[in-house]
Design a protein around this ligand. Structure first.
Ligand SMILES: [Zn+2]
Ligand SMILES: [Zn+2]
Ligand SMILES: [Zn+2]
Length: 344
């Protein structure tokens, strides 16, 4: 694969920095703000769809432009391609899907972190990659997400992008170019607070509803709000996307607690999925829905072992097998170990 419009090195002495990609990225962000920063509570599925697509486009353009400023070859997926090509002036087409294969979202973030040494946290990396996944799902399967999730996730990524622009990208531009985007940046900041206040208004309305159930209220792995009610059925009051307690337990363990899946993949194939989710069988109901280290709204500072199916927290660990169990009469070993011991 080759690209017909090779680009020049951005660090060429005296070479003017091409400005359009930043303007282009901010334009996408303004569109996201227009679509989501609403006074009324209803956003149409079509508005949500374009919000995701435009946020993803903005993220891609802005992150890759920072790579480009370091060295144009960093934007290519296959770095070898660059060797054979003479440097020429970069064109706008380069960033709007030119005739070359650019690096993947994961490669982009990894290069920003490891090659340029930018401070991007694991959480931020995950938010960026999740966004790219939502965008792909949207392209292939249509809009499946409901109101709430997208606003929450958008706010997270927007937060990151504003910081990224302030700390990592805008300082690299000429003062005159920076000046030109000041107004757009202010509109984006203001829009972000409106999206945040929309989320806060909805959570405020859910507060009374959630209050009596704080012992089984957890952070939702989809929308990240503290609005997930575990039990049968498990559902989130903020984004009614989750219903299956087992899937929710898996998602919670991976997305919120960042627990790696157990048992390594059978091959060296990096793309194959490990097959054992990071959950345990519940000592009470037996379902594979017990998550170690889960946190409920009732005790946010005290992680516990929580079953998403029977919505029970097991605070005791067996002295012998260290499995969670329900202690009766201050016993310190679980039923299994107790019966094994008395069998001798
Ligand atoms: Zn949710
Ligand atoms: Zn259970
Ligand atoms: Zn035991």
């Amino acid at each position: 694969m080759s690209f017909r419009e090779p680009v020049r090195a951005a660090d060429e002495p005296g070479g003017a920095v091409d400005f359009p990609p930043v303007e282009n990225g901010l334009d996408y962000l303004l569109s996201v703000i227009e679509l989501l920063a609403h006074e009324q509570d209803e956003v149409t599925p079509r508005q949500l769809k374009y919000a995701v697509l435009h946020l993803q486009a903005a993220t891609e353009v802005l992150l890759k432009y920072r790579l480009y400023l370091e060295h144009w070859t960093l934007v290519l997926q296959n770095l070898d391609v660059a060797k054979a090509k003479p440097n020429k002036k970069m064109t706008r087409a380069f960033f709007s899907g030119g005739d070359f294969i650019s690096c993947t979202p994961l490669e982009t973030v990894e290069r920003l972190r490891s090659v340029i040494g930018l401070d991007i946290s694991d959480d931020e990396q995950k938010q960026i990659l999740d966004l790219a996944k939502s965008r792909n799902a949207l392209q292939h399967y249509g809009m499946t997400d409901t109101d709430g999730t997208i606003e929450s996730r958008t706010a997270e990524v927007l937060d990151f992008l504003v910081r990224f622009l302030d700390d990592c990208l805008l300082p690299e531009l000429d003062p005159a170019d920076r000046e030109r985007v000041t107004e757009d940046m202010e509109r984006i900041r203001f829009g972000l607070t409106k999206i945040r206040s929309y989320i806060a208004r909805r959570m405020e309305r859910l507060k009374d509803q959630l209050a009596p159930d704080e012992k089984r209220t957890l952070q939702c792995p989809d929308c990240r709000q503290w609005a997930l009610l575990a039990g049968d059925p498990t559902s989130c009051l903020f984004c009614p996307a989750t219903t299956n307690s087992q899937l929710t337990a898996w998602n919670y363990a991976s997305a919120i607690l960042r627990l790696p899946w157990r048992s390594p993949p059978p091959t060296n194939d990096l793309f194959s999925q490990p097959s054992t989710p990071p959950v345990d069988p519940c000592p009470d109901c037996g379902a594979d829905t017990l998550v170690r280290g889960a946190v409920t709204a009732a005790a946010p500072e005290r992680p516990t072992n929580f079953c998403f199916n029977c919505a029970t927290a097991f605070t005791d660990l067996c002295e012998i097998c260290s499995q969670p169990f329900r202690a009766v009469d201050e016993q310190s070993t679980c039923g299994n170990c107790l019966s094994l011991g008395s069998g001798d």
